[in-house]
Design a protein around this ligand. Sequence first.
Ligand SMILES: Cc1cc2nc3c(=O)[nH]c(=O)nc-3n(C[C@H](O)[C@H](O)[C@H](O)COP(=O)(O)OP(=O)(O)OC[C@H]3O[C@@H](n4cnc5c(N)ncnc54)[C@H](O)[C@@H]3O)c2cc1C
Length: 598
Amino acid sequence: MTDPNVRRADLTALFAHASDADLADTKAYRLQSTPRQTQKSLAILALRTSVSDTETPTSNQELAMAAQETDIVIIGGGHNGLVCAAYLAAAGQKVTVVERRGVTGGAAVTEEFHPGFRNSVAAYTVSLLNPRVIADLELAKHGLHIVNRPYANFLPTSDGRYLLTGGGGTTAEVAKFSAQDAAALPAYEAQLETIADLLRDLVLETPPNLTSGSWRDALPDLLGAARLGNRLRRLTMDERRVLLELFATSAGEFLDGWFTSDPLKAVLGFDGIVGNYASPYAAGSAYVLLHHVFGEVNGVKGAWGHAIGGMGAITQAMQRACVARGVSIHTDCAVEQVLVEAGRACGVVTATGGVIRAKRVVSNIHPRLLFEKLVDPAHLAPDFRARMTRYKSGSGTFRMNVALSQLPDFTCLPGPGGHLCAGIILAPTLAYMEQAWIDARQTGWSKAPIVEMLIPSTLDDSLAPAGQHVASLFCQHVAPELPDGASWDDHRDTVADLMIATVDKAAPGFAASVLGRQIKSPLDLERDFGLVGGDIFHGRLTLDQLFSARPMLGHGDYRAPVAGLYMCGAGTHPGGGVTGAPGHNAARAILADIRRRR
Ligand SMILES: Cc1cc2nc3c(=O)[nH]c(=O)nc-3n(C[C@H](O)[C@H](O)[C@H](O)COP(=O)(O)OP(=O)(O)OC[C@H]3O[C@@H](n4cnc5c(N)ncnc54)[C@H](O)[C@@H]3O)c2cc1C
């Protein structure tokens, strides 16, 4: 048992003074990743392994044939596992990735869900993927092409009008509803951008870990905390107040303070309830809103785009980057146990009894799956285990794909047009979103649900036969677990019909155009992807589960409470989304420990 002695601090102080705990490591890490060093590492790897650029993952059977040895084994081939593997391999480590599913990519995958129709199965739109990760893994060279969406959002209103944002026309569109809101919008965006910039600076940093011990142990954390303190000091007092508001209040209250018109508040506030099973007036939802604006697409800050070929194109490019660096990848290969000897993680056992021994073990999976299923409780402190059972995980997300014979035709804006390339939000007001949450709490789902629809085939003709289309329906505010012990398996079709009927109400004829559909209830998301409670972020993005406290205070630096065991998934800083940041940051922490011979 090696649970470090955690110095408790109140969370306000944490966010006021924290900074990059691995600052001292960063310089050396970058040195390790310089092209010359990388070339050298790759050359060594080329001698040591016979992996070729075109090699595909091997199956569980091949793996089970012999006990394997590697420097580092990564549990889970989600995008963060792949990013972590690529960085570690570039630094000369022999890395093995083991993935439970038949394909790598985790929640960022593309599938043919109806004959001739392909789409992203879970994650469906890109913005948060870190530019440094894109560059370092040379994802463009490995086939990734991301395009910007010409319009941001299209929101039909309850009185038969619409709001269409992006494409250079936002101010005029907002002015249709409120001249005052149109005038206030630039200042709102500038303020949010300043805070989003701060967040962008932090996503690739390791949060200070707040451990106690000798001054030598604490030094990197102290340096990191001082650096963050300096960054915060650069904010004006007004900006610091906004930062506090965004971390502590609700999206609804924040937006009510700026604007009066319902459609604008609904378009902006939708980000506060994505994956966040809460009212838009729940404290903490303003942070979830912020979490969705720190990304960028092709240099355009805050924009959302589309990966040609769907989200699987991102993870396939990552897999190619891994293979090119010599990473060994095994699919259809669930890990059942983390091996711990003399208090140190030293490998994994797979479901078929295969053993992979390694100097270090890295987990890309949900923290609760790791600590409740794979690590023997004898190796974890009782307090840690008890807290982990209380780690909050559950989104109100119901995800569908539909194959369409034709494009939808909206009553409020008939015919084809740029609005069909936007994120189409069917939830006209924040009050509507709040009611959907209240209904879901009481009965499992609302008769007036929240649906965001994206039609990626308007930007990507590789997804559907000519003249036909695919749409992603990202529906919010169903209960992660149904009341009275009811199972989602008994209700998923009813709710899928409701989601389609909701679109049909705004675009009559939509239901008749549906040729096929794929449904992912919260239970499906848990079973298929290992997302506990269907949580799209590997755990809720609440203040008590962010930054140094993700997944738990004292383990915010990617190091688990067992020596040699690390975490690199969305259950670590900076949380969920297809960012690559946890994978990047975990690799840096692991390389720092290798250097220090820990
Ligand atoms: C419906 C939905 C919509 C979303 N939409 C978006 C979006 O549009 N844009 C965006 O940026 N983000 C989106 N997200 C969030 C984003 O997809 C996730 O936060 C992100 O994919 C997490 O990546 P990860 O690599 O940390 O984990 P995961 O993608 O969850 O990967 C973990 C991997 O571990 C594997 N695994 C689990 N247990 C084991 C085991 N015992 N042995 C071996 N392997 C195991 C799993 O099979 C999986 O492949 C969405 C998520 C969902 C579910």
